[in-house]
Design a protein around this ligand. Sequence first.
Ligand SMILES: [Zn+2]
Ligand SMILES: [Zn+2]
Length: 148
Amino acid sequence: MAHDNIDLSTLTKNELLVFEALKESEGPMKAYDVLDVLKSHGVRAPMTVYRALEGLEEKGIVHKLDALNAFVLCSHDHPHQVQSFLVCSECGMVQEISPELREAPQVEDKILGVVRATGFQMREARLEMKGICQNCTSKQGAHSTAAE
Ligand SMILES: [Zn+2]
Ligand SMILES: [Zn+2]
């Protein structure tokens, strides 16, 4: 996983705690979920968590999902401007479209190209694509195709 390439020495103590919490988590976490985990490390103030999340976001290690108001670890090796996520409305699964997908770099290039042509200075873009994940689709399939 890309997380292994992160230089942890650049993180503050609290950022490291938040990073570990997100790494352990199966899916996206809200700031208050993170705070719950960090309570065992003596962190009590929500502000501490927000600041650490902000720091991690600036470093390109964490992405904020606006629609869910939650945070996930980035699955890329390097910070990138265009972030695209698949969000399942059934089970809440969030998957960042990773560079391993052949199509992913082209999506990013196309968006950057279009924006550049307008002269707009884009800082970042976040695409949250909502729908039903493969898992949930196959579960629904299993229901409808009775015995097999
Ligand atoms: Zn990312
Ligand atoms: Zn799902």
